[in-house]
Design a protein around this ligand. Structure first.
Ligand code: XIL
Length: 327
């Protein structure tokens, strides 16, 4: 049985792909996944590196792959503080643009991108990671906030709705299951809903590790967000074998114990997802196999990690068995 077949009555099963993995892991992707997300190719700096210049080729090749294999897509991402070029916020003399100019640029970008990518996109991450992790501020400092003000989020959703009334529009964030951040995300989205902003769902990135967050905290996050009456997607899931504080760099392969605990964690989170499947539209892994994962370079540079359910040779790991063996 393939992953998406096993989960067909629950939610879509997705993977983040890039121009390299769609070639190298073509069979693995088309066999197991019925949703894909471009890992970087639809971010602002890759699609729109200079004013009036769009570079759609890399992203288009991923969309072509999806269409060829009948795979749906999530769009990622329209507004973010990272991977956004400086020109967006500056005028020719290098000083910051006005609110009006930035709103026009934002609207133009969203319109062009969302009109370019229609089929087969069922969801878009309209705003990514706008909430501050710690302290009293609700929103993270960024040029979007500084130049436009707090309503840059509302505006982005309105622009997105106008450009594409069909796709589901998402607010997406990480540390989403941490109680303090969870309440901030809740507060932000509660405000959007109360103001009638066209938002359809909350994306829980799901960058987790063997010990954190606990299943109970993930459950509380799912319940809290679902109580807003919105859809949910798990958008970037991986389970690092290292705790966040662990900066060891000497492992050349994962220990058996790590793989056992990882399989148990995957088993428990997928059990939880099945329980809440009426709210969950998709579960996407942030990568395809352990051969390539962004975590082999983050947060520690050049340290290999093994966070996914297929090993470096594309073979199913114990973690794969633990999420498919539940009948
Ligand atoms: C990461 C990509 O995987 C890397 O290749 C890139 O260098 C940095 O971005 N949250 C997100 C994703 O929303 O876009 C990030 O993707 C991972 C964290």
């Amino acid at each position: 049985m393939t992953l998406h077949e096993v989960y067909k009555d629950y939610f879509r099963i997705g993977a983040a792909v890039n121009t390299k993995t769609v070639l190298e892991d073509k069979d693995l992707i088309s066999t197991h996944f019925n949703s894909i997300t471009a890992e970087n190719e639809m971010k602002f700096e890759l699609l729109h590196p200079r004013e009036n210049e769009y570079t759609f080729e890399a992203a288009d090749s991923i969309v072509d792959f999806a269409k060829q294999h009948n795979i749906e897509m999530r769009g990622h991402t329209l507004v973010w503080h990272n991977q956004t070029p400086r020109w967006v916020f500056e005028n020719e003399s290098g000083s910051l643009v006005t609110r009006e100019v930035l709103l026009n640029r934002l609207q133009e970008h969203i319109k062009t991108v969302m009109e370019h990518f229609k089929d087969p996109f069922y969801s878009w991450d309209v705003v990514n990671e706008a909430v501050e992790d710690h302290g009293n501020f609700l929103l993270r400092k960024s040029p979007w906030l500084e130049i436009i003000g707090e309503d840059f989020i509302d505006k982005a959703f309105y622009f997105a709705k106008e450009a594409n009334p069909v796709s589901n529009l998402y607010y997406n964030d990480y540390n989403e299951s941490h109680p303090e951040k969870r309440e901030k995300i809740y507060k932000l989205v509660e405000g959007l809903v109360a103001r009638g902003v066209p938002i359809d769902g909350i994306g829980l990135q799901g960058h987790w590790n063997l010990n954190n967050p606990s299943i109970e905290d993930i459950r509380k996050a799912i319940e809290r967000y679902a109580s807003l009456g919105l859809k949910l997607e798990i958008t970037e899931m991986d389970i690092s074998v290292f705790d966040f504080e662990d900066t060891r760099t000497d492992l050349v392969q994962p220990t058996n114990q790590m793989l056992e605990i990882q399989a148990e964690k995957y088993e428990n989170v997928f059990k939880l997802f099945r329980e809440y499947s009426e709210h969950i539209e998709s579960v996407t892994f942030w990568g395809v196999s352990d051969r390539y994962t962004w975590l082999s370079d983050f947060p520690v540079k050049d340290r290999k990690n093994w966070p996914l359910v297929f090993d470096k040779d594309g073979k199913p790991k114990k973690s794969f068995e633990s999420i498919t063996d539940f009948f």
